[in-house]
Design a protein around this ligand. Structure first.
Ligand code: ZN
Length: 423
């Protein structure tokens, strides 16, 4: 930047030997300088905030919010709601049942005209407090930050908060800023309507930055598989394996036929996979088993394929191979596909351009097999990119960490993007 500035000043000082090439070069330099100027105030402020960002993240990480521990996740939501209100957001807490953390929908600058810019994600974490307290407590070491949720995804929440603060700091007021934070994403909104609420709250936004777990190579995610988990139970008739063999109806054998058919629904060309992940059945070896149970993990790349495969699966489940057995099933959780859309791709390319303009690392795109609520914002017709959060590794394990510099870098990135959208 300095070099550009010096050259510009030299130019302005005047040269008697100015050529057409010089004029062209000057024009390019002048434009570049103006571009940097646009981001400079926000960037300088964000750079001064690194330690504050780390302190905010530390407080969030040290307030546990495992999605499987209702007391913790709900008390985190109360603290978080208060935090956002102090930031000047008007907040709503939308309950999703007694067992799960509710959805927080917050808006800043509601009176401003135009569609809001959306930051979204979740505040619940994956691992039980007992495990992470002992095996991955908050720690700062050699440029890395450790702790439950630093990466997935309290770091992403902190980035969103500081983007909002930076924009406030420089007096930017072109659009409302909206935030949607789910409290039960890590349990796939099990038993709740958290997914539908997310979708509803996202309707009408200009674009969404989903602040999920960043990838180690800093790619942005433009699509994710959706997943459905199905629990299947077969009931047969138990009987002595010697004396009453013919009176028995073997539930394991019935399930075995079904498993082979289920396996055949996998279609790697379409990215459709069905994994029979667990099986339980029988009591003792010399008794015909009356019960067998499996859980199938199914993943898809399009919501149409998801619907079609569910139909094929149900046709298999309705068929009986061992007469006298019955089969029941239930979908225990479900996350829709984050489909790659032309609008989402356009947003991704726009972000690449912003990174280039702002002198930040230019991200590649990535497609992921794991699901997220980015599916809900994309299905609401909002151009969405995911994995906008902090950069690190090992989420959902006790090795979870982030690179501390990624907090400021990503806050600069998305602040610059918003400045670019409305220049
Ligand atoms: Zn996550």
């Amino acid at each position: 930047m300095d070099e550009v500035h010096v050259e510009t000043i030299l130019y302005l000082a005047g040269s008697r030997y100015r050529t057409e090439y010089d004029c062209h070069r000057y024009e390019l330099l002048r434009r570049k300088w103006n571009m940097y100027e646009k981001y400079a105030d926000a960037f300088h402020w964000l750079e001064s905030q690194k330690e504050n960002m780390i302190t905010t993240l530390k407080n969030f990480v040290q307030t546990p919010s495992c999605g499987r521990e209702p007391e913790d996740v709900i008390s985190f939501s109360e603290m978080f709601l208060e935090f956002l209100e102090k930031e000047g957001f008007s907040c709503r807490y939308i309950p999703v049942g007694n067992e799960n953390g509710g959805t927080i929908s917050a808006i800043y600058g509601e009176e401003r005209e135009g569609k809001p810019i959306l930051f979204s994600g979740h505040y619940d974490t994956a691992l039980y407090r007992q495990i992470t307290d002992k095996e991955n407590p908050w720690k700062r070491e050699k440029g890395k930050l450790y702790g439950s949720g630093v990466l997935d995804m309290k770091g992403g929440i902190v980035i969103a908060i500081y983007c909002a603060r930076a924009l406030k700091q420089i007096g930017w007021d072109k659009r409302p800023l909206k935030m949607i934070w789910s409290g039960d994403e890590e349990v796939n909104h099990k038993g709740s309507n958290g997914g539908e609420i997310f979708h509803r709250e996202a309707l009408g936004c200009e674009c969404a930055f989903h602040m999920e777990t960043g990838f180690p190579e800093k790619e942005l995610c433009i699509g994710r598989k959706g997943g459905v988990r199905c629990k299947i139970q077969v009931e047969g008739i138990d009987a002595h394996a010697g004396k009453d063999f013919e009176k028995g109806r073997n539930a394991i054998v019935e399930m075995a036929y079904k498993i082979l058919e289920i396996k055949n629904l996998t279609n790697m060309d379409r990215g459709t996979t069905l994994n029979v992940g667990t099986i339980q059945g029988g009591t003792i070896f010399n008794s015909v088993p009356a019960h067998c149970e499996i859980i199938v993990d199914m993943r898809f790349t399009s919501n149409q394929e998801l619907a079609d495969t569910k139909e094929k699966l149900e046709a298999i489940l309705k068929k009986t191979y061992v007469e006298g057995t019955t089969t029941h099933w239930e979908y225990i959780d479900s996350m829709p596909v984050f489909e790659t859309t032309p609008e989402g791709l356009k947003l991704f390319r726009f972000l690449q351009k912003t990174a280039e303009n702002a002198g930040l690392p230019v991200p590649e795109s990535i497609y992921s097999g794991g699901s997220s609520d980015a599916a809900a914002t994309a299905m609401a017709g909002v151009p969405t990119v995911c994995a906008c959060g902090t950069i690190g590794e090992w989420n959902h394990t006790t090795k979870e960490y982030i690179w501390e510099d990624s907090l400021v870098e990503r806050a600069k990135f998305f602040t610059a993007a918003i400045l670019d959208i409305f220049q």
